[in-house]
Write a protein that binds this ligand. Structure first.
Ligand SMILES: Nc1ncnc2c1ncn2[C@@H]1O[C@H](COP(=O)(O)OP(=O)(O)O)[C@@H](O)[C@H]1O
Ligand SMILES: [Mg+2]
Length: 254
């Protein structure tokens, strides 16, 4: 299996806090890879380093064979990296369709001036945005909700909408930061099914999740972070019996 994403020696400090220390991780083409670890372990920081929302203090990130760690987020997005952030829920006061259109907007090339002047490029982009957003909503079975305010959606469907927004960029690599948190059983299974379907279509997925059953069901491999370091990588079965992992989860560092 070829490697799609490789993070090497990634370190990120916030003042005196080492959010990540010398982290290495790779995502293979087509795999679902889970990142787990206690709160504050550095999972969201790692995602933002990959997406470009945060710069690493040191380290390299290679995607599809090329260094991407100096590229701004929108260039990484156009190369097929999409993130559903933990701290970016749906936009309230906008419809479901408008929320999806924000995702499509992010991958078009025309700037705001083009929109104001209604240049031909903008008109073309507008059509692209509508069709892309509509296709993404169909993909996650939200088309019936298109004209409803996004905040009317139950939480499980709000997570699906976040994924639809990410899908507008036709990602090869989809990063999902705690997509199942706060969801009830049936919502959780519906989400797991959607992620399985995306994997079945060949998408590579990097997933942060706390729920053990969810990880066991979806992940081909698991990387465990604790206090900013990778303490284990491997199959779910191998990491769950790893002594360092057991210690981290039982609060071995007080
Ligand atoms: N923007 C920031 N400024 C300062 N400290 C931060 C910032 N983001 C994260 N941290 C710190 O980095 C560590 C890792 O955070 P985070 O990546 O959010 O962990 P996780 O997602 O695993 O819960 C924590 O100690 C957190 O307080
Ligand atoms: Mg987090």
């Amino acid at each position: 299996m070829t490697t799609l994403l490789r993070v090497e020696g990634a370190t990120r400090r916030f003042g005196g806090v080492h959010a990540l220390r010398d982290v290495g991780l790779d995502v293979r083409e087509g795999e679902t890879h889970a990142v787990i670890g206690p709160n504050g372990a550095g999972k969201s920081t790692l995602f933002k380093l990959i997406g470009g929302q945060l710069a690493a203090t040191s380290g390299t990130i290679t995607y599809a064979g090329r260094r991407i760690d100096r590229l701004p987020p929108h260039r990484r997005a156009r190369q097929g990296i999409a993130i559903a952030f933990q701290d970016a829920p749906v936009f309230r006061g906008m419809t479901v369709a408008e929320n999806a259109m924000v995702g499509a907007h992010a991958v078009t090339s025309a700037g705001p001036l083009s929109a104001i002047l209604r240049l031909p490029r903008h008109v073309k982009d507008e059509a692209f945005i509508r069709t892309t957003a509509a296709a993404a909503l169909r993909r996650v079975a939200l088309d019936d909700w298109a004209d409803r305010p996004a905040e009317d959606l139950p939480l499980g469907l709000q997570r699906a909408l976040q994924i639809a927004r990410a899908l507008c960029g036709r990602p090869r690599l989809l990063l999902l930061d705690e997509p199942a948190s706060g969801l009830r059983g049936p919502e959780r299974s519906a989400l797991a099914e959607l992620i399985e379907d995306l994997r079945g279509e060949g998408m590579s997925i990097l997933l942060v999740e706390h729920d053990v059953a969810f990880v066991a069901r979806l992940a081909d491999r698991v990387t465990v972070l604790d206090l900013g370091r990778v303490i284990a990588t491997g199959s779910y079965q191998s990491v769950r019996t790893d002594p360092a992992v057991i210690t981290a989860y039982l609060g071995g560092h007080g």
